[in-house]
Design a protein around this ligand. Structure first.
Ligand SMILES: *Cc1c(COP(=O)(O)O)cnc(C)c1O
Length: 392
């Protein structure tokens, strides 16, 4: 039976976490495991990363899966919900399950405020529970320093500070965060502008009397590796945990190995047919690639039905017996075709059933994503149900 496999190397994952620690030694680490841990499997990845100080996901449903598993296994790690939640009920759920939502807008703050007020109006027989729940209120506030996606603007922050003055200390966030737009471009001037904007906005809070310590967090993987002045109290490591360079999109192309990271996912399949074709024979849908001479073509069981990118262009590398061979012709749903001449030139024997690595160990995914006109993040998230996962 042919199995297309995603092999997840948990030691590599732990190595990459230690690399985060080394890069940001004075900060606590949030492991970002949204989108099913960037396609690697949220539960096994979380379990392998228990050395991190905290976890972050994007949405409530992801947080619920994680919290349920943590409860079963006696794990008490905090879980941050980066997009926050969107109703009073969801805030109450967060409080009950010790989830930390990010407040990204004044609307989200209003639901938070309403949910706290509804908690405080509980019947007396619930007062014990109330006291307990109140102490568990914990949220982070996000401000917009130039990404212009989520987060409060300068003016909105002033509105909120006025509310804090009326509502009191209980309503303050425990974290103050923002997100970079261009941290993967090391010299982009927006990075420094965002950092100074962030520090300035944080200063605004000092208008408040009896201001408790509010933690700061700004850095994603790219900033962890290149902007130490943005490390602050908490760093939020995503892509680098999976062994991938956050700088692959910048003009200096790097891969994870250049950052002393180890690839975590290796995607592999097998050769399912070997064809001898004649000069001029054209291959696959659209007959878009034609043999320049008589030659040997390998057919590999992997396609966009598995999450291999359909836009991978001719020449995208594929690894067979440690040698890179180029993809030729179009990617179809279940198969790709590769030019096997290089194996023949090197007198490397091959046959049906031989293992083929599409990315991972020995072949950085960044090289594949560049050839497919996308980023590794997308390739990882695109892996489909048909691929079987193995953890080692
Ligand atoms: C996804 C995400 C991260 C992690 O980003 P990487 O580039 O993968 O390190 C950090 N912070 C926020 C708010 C995110 O959404």
């Amino acid at each position: 039976m042919i199995t297309v496999k995603a092999t997840i190397n948990l030691d590599a994952l732990r190595h990459n976490l230690s690399r985060v620690k080394q890069a940001a030694p004075d900060s606590k680490i949030i492991s970002v495991i949204k989108a099913n841990a960037y396609g690697h499997g949220i539960l096994p990845v979380a379990k392998a990363l228990l050395e991190s100080d905290c976890f972050a996901v994007a949405r409530l449903d992801e947080a619920l899966i994680l919290r349920e598993s943590f409860l079963k296994n006696g794990i008490t790690k905090e879980i941050i919900i980066l997009e926050g939640v969107f109703s009073v009920e969801e805030y109450l759920q967060c409080m009950a399950l010790k989830l930390i939502p990010v407040v990204n807008s004044l609307e989200q703050f209003q639901w938070l405020q309403d949910s706290l007020e509804s908690e405080n109006s509980l019947e007396p027989e619930n007062s014990l529970e109330r006291a307990d729940k109140n102490s568990e209120l914990n949220y982070w506030l996000k401000i917009d320093t130039g990404m212009h996606r989520l987060g409060l603007s300068e003016d909105e922050l002033m509105v909120l500070i006025k509310k804090y003055q009326q509502l009191g200390e209980n309503y303050l966030p425990s974290g103050f965060i923002s997100h970079f737009a261009c941290a993967d471009e090391i010299d982009n001037p927006l990075n420094q502008i965002q950092i100074s904007q962030f520090n300035q906005q944080y200063q605004q809070l000092s208008i408040l009397k009896e201001l408790p310590d509010i933690d700061k967090s700004m850095a994603n993987s790219a900033a962890i590796l290149s902007l130490p002045e943005a490390h602050f109290d908490w760093v939020r490591a995503g892509i680098m945990l999976y062994g991938i360079s956050p700088f692959e999109t910048s003009n200096v192309s790097r891969n994870g190995l250049d950052e002393q990271l180890k690839p975590v996912m290796t995607l592999s399949s097998e050769i399912i047919a070997i064809k001898k074709l004649k000069k001029g024979d054209c291959i696959g849908y659209g007959a878009s690639w034609c043999c320049p001479e008589d030659m040997t073509i390998g057919v590999i069981a992997i396609g966009y039905g598995d999450g291999y990118p359909r836009h991978a262009s001719c020449g995208t590398p594929v690894l067979i017996h440690g040698t890179e061979v180029p993809l030729v012709g179009r990617v179809s749903m279940d198969m790709i075709t590769v030019d096997l001449r290089r194996l023949e030139q090197k007198s490397i024997a091959f046959q049906i059933g031989d293992k083929v690595i599409l990315w991972g160990e020995g072949l950085p995914i960044e090289r594949v994503s560049r050839k497919a006109g996308t980023i590794a993040y997308e390739l990882l998230c695109q892996i489909t149900q048909r691929v079987s996962f193995e953890y080692e």
